[in-house]
Ligand binder design. Structure first.
Ligand SMILES: O=c1[nH]cnc2c1ncn2[C@@H]1O[C@H](CO)[C@@H](O)[C@H]1O
Ligand SMILES: [Zn+2]
Length: 371
């Protein structure tokens, strides 16, 4: 897909992007060679990129997640983490992203002897280098990290403590990720309660591969400030008593016809941000197409919707590509893109005054120049 320069030029805000899901294919190859890893499924960048996209196209979250073994496998040293983080910041900036929260699970990068702190510091240093190089190239960007705990593992309290320890040093919040079915967020209640006592921020992957109970627990038991994906909130929305879970193409419904259940109403009433990732959802089977994705209906109903990439490598995507797909396939306008961008900036985990400064000084002027 050829990206249109006017979409690339728009200022963008990205709240949901995985560091280990956005590595450049050539970097995976270089790092595998440096570390003597010979398990890669392809040896040139183009075929490797294709392998990631095809393998992630499985219709199942669990199979989609298996592809991460290849990227996490080569991200086990300070040098590798630094390089991947620096390139991530530069790639996002070149795509017009002005603020990004990039997440990764420090516990997955200890296989060759690194300590959790060394992982966080290597990634932070990489982001700082990437920001500097991006600014020199004329694309200023601010990147903060979200530290993810894996929901099937038992390290969430330790990772939550790491978030608090680095909260003034490049880390803006916490997340849990990994297979959703069978691993409810309440398994990690101690971590969430600790973070709330510490006035720290967190989001939870919920309502992607599993439905309403996961979203309900994330919000009402755990206190999630934002939802990663949250796309299954449509299961609690109805047309003539029929749940939208049973309607194949909710993107095409008239908003006036839709009634919200109590949980969906709570999410909208309290302005809980939804970190939506259209291409990723199509690959894991949570949506059938961009046109049919619930994001457009949720936008029309004024949920606090944001647009995100999730995993740029596995989906072969970028913020500009996600936005262009919404314009081309779901009828979005530049005004809609401006709205979701401001929604995202309002929902970021950095301080209010910094969010406001980016909205007033970067985002609004950038969209004014485009229209
Ligand atoms: O869409 C997703 N849903 C749930 N987990 C995910 C998704 N994308 C990536 N990860 C998981 O998050 C880890 C840390 O970045 C990745 O290694 C992957 O296992
Ligand atoms: Zn994700």
């Amino acid at each position: 897909m050829n990206l249109r320069p006017e979409i690339v030029a728009l200022p963008k805000v990205l709240l949901h992007d995985h560091l280990d899901g956005g590595v450049r294919p050539q970097t995976v190859i270089d790092l595998a060679r440096d570390s003597g890893y010979d398990g890669l499924p392809a040896t040139d960048a183009e075929s490797l990129g294709e392998w990631f996209r095809d393998s992630a196209d499985s219709g199942s979250l669990v199979r989609y997640l298996e592809t991460f073994d290849q990227t996490v496998g080569v991200m086990q040293t300070v040098e590798a983490l630094h390089r991947v983080a620096s390139e991530c910041a530069q790639d996002l900036a070149a795509d017009g992203v002005v603020y990004a929260e990039v997440r990764y699970a420090p516990e997955q990068h200890l296989a060759e002897g690194l300590e959790l702190e060394e992982v966080v510091e290597a990634v932070n240093a990489g982001f700082r280098e990437g920001e500097r190089l991006a600014a020199e190239a004329g694309h200023p960007i601010l990147v903060t990290a979200l530290l993810t705990a894996m929901r099937h593992a038992a390290k969430s309290t330790e990772i939550a403590e790491l978030v608090v320890r680095y909260r003034d040093d490049g880390v803006s919040g916490f997340d849990i990720a990994g297979a959703e079915a069978g691993f409810p967020p309440t398994r990690h209640l101690d971590a969430f309660e600790y973070l709330r006592r510490e006035n720290a921020h967190f989001t939870i992957h919920a309502g992607e591969a599993f439905g309403l109970p996961s979203i309900w627990e994330a919000i009402q038991w755990c206190g999630a400030e934002r939802l990663g994906h949250g796309v299954r909130i449509v299961d609690d929305m109805f047309v003539d008593e029929q749940s939208l879970a049973d309607i194949a193409d909710p993107g095409q419904l008239e908003p006036e016809a839709v009634r919200l259940g109590r949980l969906a109403a709570y999410v909208r009433d309290t302005r809980i941000p939804l970190e939506m990732c259209p291409s990723s959802n199509i690959q894991t089977g949570a949506a059938s197409s961009v046109a049919a994705h619930p994001i457009s209906l949720l936008k029309q109903l004024r949920f606090r919707v944001t647009v995100n990439t999730d995993n740029r490598l596995m989906s072969g995507t970028s913020m500009s590509r996600e936005m262009q797909l919404l314009v081309d396939e779901a009828g979005w306008t530049i005004d809609d893109l401006r709205w979701v961008t401001i929604n995202a900036m309002k929902s970021a985990f950095i301080p209010f005054d910094e969010r406001l400064a980016l909205i007033d000084n970067v985002i609004k002027p950038g969209y004014a120049a485009a229209t």
